[in-house]
Design a protein around this ligand. Structure first.
Ligand SMILES: [Zn+2]
Length: 75
């Protein structure tokens, strides 16, 4: 894992996901995606969450990430 997200709410949610076995893959290039989180099930049926670099409402984006992690049953 490299680098931290500039939103502390989102960074905390990323740490929450990593604590539960999720894997972070940082985005390459200049798109809007900051990175993608993958749940412990690493095949096509696994969950994923795209982390945006500059979401309109960071708190809401962080909440969506936590909700996605909580919904995952692959951990
Ligand atoms: Zn999952």
């Amino acid at each position: 894992m490299t680098g931290k997200h500039k939103s502390k709410e989102i960074q905390a949610a990323i740490a929450y996901a990593l604590d539960r076995g999720w894997r972070l893959e940082r985005a390459r290039g200049r798109g809007h995606a900051w990175g993608t989180l993958y749940c412990p099930l690493t095949d096509r049926g696994g969950c994923r969450f795209t982390v945006w670099g500059t979401p309109a409402i960071p708190e809401a984006h962080a909440r969506d990430l936590r909700r996605t992690v909580d919904r995952c049953e692959h951990g």
